[in-house]
Design a protein around this ligand. Sequence first.
Ligand SMILES: Cc1ncc(C[n+]2csc(CCO)c2C)c(N)n1
Length: 228
Amino acid sequence: MSTDTAAEPDTSFSQRLWREGEPTYRQILTHPFLLGLADGTLPREAFRYFVVQDSHYLRAYSRCLALVAGRSPVEDAVRTFALHAANAVDVERELHASLLGELGITEADVEDAGVAPTTLAYTSYLTSVCATGSWAEGVAAVLPCYWVYREVGRTLVERSSPDPLYARWIATYGSPEFDAVVDQVLTVTDALDVSATEQARCREHFAVTTRYEWMFWDAAWRQYAWPV
Ligand SMILES: Cc1ncc(C[n+]2csc(CCO)c2C)c(N)n1
């Protein structure tokens, strides 16, 4: 991995990060979970697993955003990430109220299911980077969650889904409102002042969390549970 940034003066930092995740992103678009979501053939059990694990994910993710907010040296970024941390909590409540309700899943079911291996691995990685890495490393680690969902949303919204529940999920991430949210984070990312060494770490975190995004869908597709 090159840490030489001077050779590419016209490439924004976010574009350089995206390059690290792009090979994984291409595989995300063709993952059977997302193909099934778009054509309506995704088994309900896989979607149910996803929504339950996403509830656990969002709890940890909102705390990561609050950490990134609190550690930001830039006031605008404090505001952006603190708002998004609150929104992530609201998204979870909204999920509970609508999707979980329609799937017949209760709060007790979410607790009983517990945190699955991939959810724990992804959220633990995010939490450790946001708590113990530099501020820029935290931003790079949380970014794929936003960016991958925007790109997936944009791609799927053109096809939508014959299943109204899946269509609703797609519409959330394919909306202009969500587009604006992601733009705010990309603006923060492109304003980061990072050394070459720190850039290399950021690129690594971005690559890892993009891979975890793929794994999160894959775990739901395979209903992956603790082996022992
Ligand atoms: C595994 C997983 N990854 C990303 C998202 C999307 N997402 C969750 S919180 C947030 C930002 C603030 O609301 C975004 C974009 C998800 N739901 N689940």
